[in-house]
Design a protein around this ligand. Structure first.
Ligand code: GCB
Length: 611
């Protein structure tokens, strides 16, 4: 029984591919936009199917006949009973969440079937892949009435090879997307963001030569600012080839041989201008095998820690950051486009940021590309959030898979410096084991970047003096510590921050990965009145004064740039299903606290410039 059907019938979601001869998810093809592609974005036919009648019969058994929606079957006579019709069921835009496309789907959690047709004539010897930027949460994919396979996880890309299945004319592609939350999933049932369902990122046909450059990793070696190290992976029949890496701007060219598994490991010196937020220098890098060629735009920088310092290109850096959810800046719903990315990151720049935390799941690739171009350092995260099933090996497998997919997509982006494996997870032996596995995975998939997690710390009160101790056992495994605190909102008064001291048991840098409070834009009152801009402004002032006193603090990402939708936030008038901790409203209007943080970041920037 397929994964999706298992979820539907027994409420268990196992990250296993179905039997029935379905294709496997193919290894991810790096840098899709530099390949020969055809977009399948646009209006798709869509059937909303809350009872999964397109997948299960009335005995809850999997449908295999023409009643299964993926068959896209049409009645052959007036007397034949067929109870579905893509052509007259309406449309949904891809990419896009369904929640903000139809009023009736705002809170919808369940299945929606998508269908579109396409013609495609590929070069005879070439191979063809279907690439999905992301579908939330489970996707079952069918081409021409046959199952290709499934993918679990709402924020990472996946590919299927369709070389032997595509026809020149009249292909029909059907997807069943199900965003029902499940306890064993990643994330689990309980979050503080909208569960936007659908094909939320682009769908693309990718044509490549029979043997092609599937992936490559070209980064400065850990601790070095001039030695490049990395690998390249071919996919196809002709695995032993010569491959050449060129950086034409500096006249660099080197050739390597791949081994019998299509792999070349390399290391070479190159005198390159380093990428920094002030000068985000990108080079055109050409990667050519005997059968394929890919071009990328890449920056080169080193990132490491020394004691409590974070060193960018060997120099201490303070990360002036802000948190972001993947919500569109000026429309409703999920963000996905280059324009969305540029607008969100421009707001962060205006705030004085050199860093963003992309909470709480991998954001779309445009964000990483724009951050590379705009000079904004990035913290990327997987949705291991709050109360995951720590004891469940399938859940761990799923989290590892999402982490690896994120790293595979982003491991050549200079902007990305930190992988975060978790957010606010309650300490236990099982949780520690789970997170240690993810930390190890991240380090072994990419030894050049730093690994962190957003932790929470304990308050110790002695003779009325409050100290906060960073003592999470997982901290010893992390390169950088993240800590979330809500002094002045969920705990205590904003003024209490003035006398709170922080201590850490670890000689490691700390990023205050969350702090903040809610304010409704345009609502004014006293500094003690909840929901007013003045309350939030006052909270930020006291927070900043406290943060300045933490000797091992090396970065801050307050919660959050923009108000965002959350089903947890039910209070009428003030929340209306929005988390209002944004420094700008959902319409982009700046609240008073925006300017408090901007002042702090300008101050920090001028101090950093003097160094
Ligand atoms: C947190 C979570 C974040 C929430 C935020 C809040 O600690 O990490 O996802 O949205 O607090 O507003 O409560």
């Amino acid at each position: 029984m397929s994964n999706l059907l298992r979820c539907l019938t027994v409420g268990l979601c196992l990250p296993l591919l179905s039997s029935r001869g379905a294709a496997q998810v193919a290894p991810l093809i790096a840098n899709i936009n530099a390949r020969q592609t055809t977009s399948l974005d646009g209006q798709w036919q869509a059937i909303v199917d809350p009872y999964d009648v397109g997948a299960l019969d009335y005995r809850a058994q999997p449908l295999k006949n023409n009643h299964a929606f993926y068959k896209n079957y049409k009645p052959q006579s007036e007397s034949e009973l067929v109870e579905y019709d893509f052509d007259t069921s309406g449309q949904l835009l891809v990419p896009g969440d369904w929640n903000t496309q139809r009023e009736s789907l705002l809170f919808y959690e369940g299945s929606v079937w998508y269908k579109r047709s396409f013609d495609y004539t590929k070069s005879l010897k070439n191979r063809l892949f279907l690439h999905f930027g992301a579908c939330n949460y489970l996707a079952a994919v069918y081409l021409n009435g046959e199952e290709l396979g499934e993918h679990e996880g709402g924020f990472t890309p996946f590919d299927f090879e369709i070389t032997d299945r595509v026809r020149a004319r009249g292909n029909f592609l059907v997807l069943r997307i199900n965003n029902t939350r499940g306890r064993d999933q990643v994330p689990t049932v309980n979050t503080d963001w909208w569960n936007y369902g659908g094909i939320t990122r682009s769908v693309t046909l990718v044509e490549v030569p029979e043997t092609f450059v599937q992936d490559y990793f070209i980064q400065l070696e850990k601790g070095s600012t001039d030695q490049i190290t990395g690998w390249l992976q071919l996919n196809g029949a002709q695995l032993q080839q010569n491959v050449t890496i060129r950086i034409p701007e500096v006249g660099f060219s080197k050739t390597f041989a791949t081994n019998s598994r299509g792999r070349a490991n390399f290391s070479f010196g190159a005198g390159l201008t380093l990428w920094t937020p002030e000068n985000p220098k990108l080079y055109t890098v050409e990667i050519a095998s005997e059968t394929d060629q890919v071009t990328d735009r890449m920056g080169f920088r080193s990132i490491e820690v020394r004691g409590t310092d974070i060193l960018l290109n060997g120099k201490p850096v303070f990360l002036r950051g802000i948190n972001l959810h993947e919500e569109a800046p000026m429309r409703r719903g999920r963000a996905w486009s280059d324009d969305d990315a540029r607008t969100l990151l421009s707001w962060a720049k205006e705030l004085g940021c050199n860093f963003v935390r992309l909470a709480h799941y991998p954001h779309n690739e445009s964000m990483l590309r724009a951050a590379d171009q705009m000079g904004i350092l990035v913290w990327g995260e997987v949705p291991v959030y709050w109360t995951i099933q720590w004891e469940n090996p399938q859940t761990l497998h799923n989290a590892e898979n999402q982490l690896n997919e994120m790293i595979a997509r982003d491991h050549n982006r200079a902007a990305l410096i930190i992988y975060s494996v978790a957010n606010e997870t309650p300490i236990s032996d099982a949780r520690n084991r789970f997170l240690r596995q993810l930390i190890q995975d991240a380090h072994s998939a990419d030894p050049t970047r730093l690994v962190s997690a957003a932790l929470q710390a304990d308050e110790v009160v002695e003779e009325k003096h409050i100290t906060i101790h960073i003592n999470d056992p997982i901290a010893s495994d992390l390169d950088v510590l993240g800590n979330n605190e809500y002094i002045g909102w969920y705990a205590r008064r904003p003024e209490d921050a003035d006398s709170i001291d922080w201590i850490s048991e670890y000689d490691k840098p700390l990023i205050m990965s969350e702090f903040g409070g809610d304010a409704l834009f345009g609502y004014h009152g006293d500094t003690f009145a909840r929901w007013t801009e003045e309350y939030q402004e006052n909270l930020y002032e006291h927070q900043i004064a406290m943060l300045k006193r933490i000797p091992f603090l090396r970065g801050t990402t307050p919660w959050i740039l923009k108000d965002f939708r959350s089903p947890r936030r039910t209070l009428p008038r003030y929340e209306d299903y929005f988390n209002r901790k944004g420094l700008v409203s959902e319409h982009g209007e700046k609240k008073k606290a925006f300017f408090v943080l901007q002042r702090f970041y300008r101050e920090l920037q001028s101090v950093q410039l003097l160094k």
